[in-house]
Design a protein around this ligand. Structure first.
Ligand code: LIP
Length: 268
């Protein structure tokens, strides 16, 4: 990955918060057997991670604003840059001792997403992307790995990831129609429980496509840059660019994106 001051700041913040999450995850695994369960402990871990990210990013770029899962909108003095941050994406996995969770840091400049870092501390996988510079998986062996979308052209060969709405989430009947339509066409459907990792893994070519409804800007901001910089197409459910506003998105290479849109439209 070509070095950049911006990415260095984001990586340093993610690694620092990630060390805390990794320590807390070790504790959570032990708490699984207690009757009360680890829910309060996890919520504290989430807050601690957010505090670390807020402090580190603020120290490095004092004028930037924030949109964060716990703090909400925190306006900055410079008016054009905004960090969009999820301190713990995949909270339910974390709570259950499943090592699929991530810190997600996106940077929006003048309304455009221009950089993203996604870090899964349990696997020590750190993904970075910057507009015009590509997407990379850092530090695996001697070199960073440049990320490329999978090149598959046929839905029949595709492994597609999604998010399943659970208790308290809307649109269960629509999701069932969509998944019924997709599963007939593809080689497999997966659900990780972390939108940030779904997008990073799509950028890395592990998944051929990903779609989900009703998620939050901080779940997807970094991942959107990552997929685009890996050569992929990301749109909202109407084929536009209102992913953050609408909460829905479809990501794939250009050909499979068209196929996915057709299938999902047909199911709607
Ligand atoms: C999660 C998303 C995931 C979705 C979950 C949840 P959180 O975010 O990343 O894709 O299916 O319901 O919203 O709440 O763990 O930050």
């Amino acid at each position: 990955m070509p070095a950049s001051a911006l990415i260095n700041i984001m990586v340093a913040a993610a690694r620092k918060a990630g060390r805390g999450l990794a320590r807390d995850f070790g504790e959570v695994e032990l708490l699984q057997v207690s009757v009360k369960g680890p829910a309060n402990f996890v919520s504290a871990a989430d807050h601690k991670s957010e505090d670390t990210l807020f402090r580190e990013l603020k120290k490095a770029r004092p004028g930037y604003g924030f949109l964060m899962e716990e703090r909400g909108e925190v306006p900055g003095s410079d008016g054009s840059n905004r960090w969009i941050v999820d301190p713990l994406d995949g909270t339910t996995n974390f709570l259950h001792g499943i090592p699929l969770f991530a810190i997600s840091i996106g940077l929006e400049r003048d309304g455009e997403l221009i950089a993203g870092v996604i870090y899964n501390p349990a696997a020590d996988e750190l993904y970075v992307a910057e507009k015009g510079k590509g997407s990379f998986l850092l530090g695996q062996g001697p070199h960073d790995r440049k990320l490329r979308m999978a090149a598959r052209k046929s839905m029949a060969d595709a492994v597609v990831s999604t998010g399943i709405p659970h208790r308290g989430r809307p649109n269960h009947p629509m999701f069932l129609r969509e998944v019924a339509a997709v599963m007939k066409e593809v080689s497999g459907v997966r659900r990780t429980g972390s939108a940030a990792l779904d997008l990073a893994w799509t950028a890395a070519g592990r998944f051929d496509a990903y779609w989900e409804h009703d998620i939050q800007p901080w779940d997807m901001a970094a991942g959107i840059v990552m997929v685009k910089e890996a050569g992929g197409t990301v749109t909202d459910m109407d084929g536009g660019q209102k992913m953050l506003e609408s909460g829905g998105l479809v990501a794939a290479n250009g050909i499979l994106h068209k196929s996915m849109m057709q299938i999902l439209d047909g199911a709607g």
